[in-house]
Design a protein around this ligand. Structure first.
Ligand SMILES: Cc1cc2nc3c(=O)[nH]c(=O)nc-3n(C[C@H](O)[C@H](O)[C@H](O)COP(=O)(O)O)c2cc1C
Length: 368
C-alpha cells in the first residue's frame, strides 16, 4: 500500500472523531490536510487495475468505464496517470477561469471544506481557486495519454468581469484547451461559491448570451470540434430542465451535467447524521458553501431522468448525452443512471470515500 492510500485509510478511521472538535477547528484541520493530501494522491500512480465493466463509446471516444471524477478534484491539471490506471473512463481537470484566482479565505481558513462521513456528504466554500486556463492548458498539452481514458477540462467565465471581456476570455480559453488536445469541455454554470453563479432560476439572459457566444466562437469557430457540455446545479428546478435541454440541443451543444453542489440547507440538514449536525450548522452559518454527496443522489437522479426524457423529445441527428453527478458512490447508483437512460456518471465525494476504503482499487471494487 502506498503512503497516500495508507493515509486515506487512516484518515477514514479518524474522520468521525473530527466532529467531536469545535467546528472551526475541524474545518481548519480538514481544509489544510485536503489540499496536501490531494496533491500526494495525484502523484501516486499505481499499476494498472483491471475493471469488470465493459468499455463504452460516446462522442466517438472510447471510455474504459462510464465513471470519472467530477470537476474541482484536479484543479491544476494533475492526476491523469493516477486515475487512468485506477480505471476512470475520463479525467476531468479544472474548473479554470481566464485569470488566476486565489479562492476564498475566511477566519484564517483557506478554501474551507469539511466532510460528513456518517452522512456520506461534504461541504465546501472554495471559490474556484485556480491557476488560469493558459497554465493548465500547457500542462495538458504535455500529458502522456492513453487511448481508453479521455481528457476533459471544466471551464468557467471569469466571475466579476465586464461581460464582453469575460466572454472573449472564456472562448479564448476553450480554444487553448482544444489546441492542447482535450477530448471534452464542460462549462461550469453552477458554482454556488462565487458571485454570478447560481442554483436557479438558470435560463436567464446572461446564460443565453454565454451559450450563444460559445456556440459561435467555439462550437462553430474552433479549429477542431470537441464535445462541449454544460453543468448546472442539482438545485435546478425540475420544470426548467426541458427548456434547458431544448436550448442546448438547438444550439448544437453535446450534453448536460446535473449537477453541482447544493445550497438547499434546510432540505439537506435532516439527512446529516446527528453527530455531524453541529459542524453542518456552523459551516452553513459561517460560509454557506455547497453540499455534495449522498443528499444529492435523489435529486441528481430525478433531474437526469427529466433531462434524458427531454433529450429524446428534442433529439437532433447529433449525439447528446446526459451526465449524472451528485451522490454517486456505488455500482447500484451507476445502474440506476443506466435504468433512466443515462450512460455517463461523475463522482467526487463518493470517490474519496472509496479511496479511503479500497485505495487504488476504488474503480475496480466499486464497479466490480
Ligand atoms: C471540494 C470540492 C470542490 C469542487 N470544485 C468544483 C469545481 O471547481 N467545479 C465544478 O464544476 N464543481 C466543483 N465541485 C462540485 C463537484 O464537481 C460535484 O458537482 C459535486 O461535488 C457533486 O458530486 P458528488 O456528490 O459526487 O460529490 C466541487 C466539489 C467539492 C466537494
Amino acid at each position: 500500500m502506498s503512503l497516500p492510500t495508507t493515509l486515506a485509510r487512516v484518515e477514514r478511521l479518524l474522520r468521525p472523531l473530527l466532529h467531536r472538535l469545535p467546528p472551526h477547528v475541524a474545518t481548519h484541520l480538514f481544509s489544510k490536510g485536503r489540499s496536501v493530501y490531494t496533491a500526494m494522491l495525484a502523484n501516486d500512480v499505481p499499476a494498472d487495475r483491471p475493471v469488470a465493466v465493459p468499455p463504452i463509446t460516446v462522442w466517438g471516444m472510447n471510455l474504459r468505464t462510464p465513471l470519472w471524477n467530477a470537476a474541482g478534484m484536479f484543479k491544476k491539471g494533475e492526476g491523469y496517470a493516477m486515475v487512468a490506471a485506477q480505471g476512470a473512463g475520463m479525467w476531468l481537470a479544472g474548473t479554470t477561469t481566464s485569470r488566476p484566482r486565489a479562492g476564498n479565505t475566511k477566519k484564517g481558513i483557506r478554501w474551507p471544506a469539511v466532510p460528513y462521513p456518517a452522512s456520506g456528504a461534504a461541504h465546501n466554500w472554495m471559490g474556484l481557486p485556480n491557476e488560469g486556463h493558459a497554465v493548465v492548458a500547457e500542462r495538458i498539452a504535455r500529458l502522456d495519454r492513453r487511448s481508453d481514458c479521455a481528457v476533459g477540462i471544466s471551464v468557467s467565465a471569469e466571475p466579476g468581469l465586464e461581460e464582453t471581456v469575460a466572454l472573449h476570455e472564456l472562448a479564448d480559453g476553450m480554444r487553448r484547451y482544444i489546441d492542447a488536445g482535450v477530448d471534452y469541455i464542460e462549462m461550469n454554470e453552477s458554482c454556488p461559491n462565487v458571485p454570478g453563479h447560481a442554483g436557479g432560476p438558470v435560463l436567464d439572459d446572461g446564460l443565453v448570451r454565454r451559450l450563444e457566444y460559445v456556440m459561435q466562437h467555439v462550437l462553430h469557430g474552433a479549429a477542431r470540434r470537441v464535445p462541449v457540455v454544460v453543468k448546472f446545479s442539482n438545485d435546478t428546478a425540475i420544470d426548467q430542465v426541458d427548456d434547458l435541454v431544448a436550448t442546448l440541443v438547438h444550439m448544437g451543444y453535446d450534453g448536460i451535467v446535473l449537477g453541482n453542489t447544493s445550497t438547499r440547507y434546510s432540505a439537506i440538514e435532516p439527512q446529516i447524521a446527528a453527530s455531524e449536525r453541529r459542524t453542518f450548522r456552523a459551516f452553513t452559518e459561517q460560509y454557506g458553501g455547497g453540499v455534495s454527496g449522498r443528499p444529492l443522489k435523489v435529486w441528481s437522479l430525478a433531474l437526469c431522468a427529466a433531462a434524458a426524457q427531454a433529450a429524446r423529445k428534442h433529439a437532433s441527428n447529433k449525439e447528446f448525452h446526459v451526465v449524472r453527478c451528485g451522490g454517486i458512490e456505488s455500482m447500484a447508483d451507476v445502474e440506476a443512471s443506466a435504468a433512466i437512460g443515462v450512460q455517463l456518471n461523475q463522482w467526487y465525494t463518493g470517490y474519496f470515500t472509496g479511496v479511503g476504503k479500497y485505495g487504488h482499487d476504488v474503480y475496480a471494487r466499486v464497479l466490480g
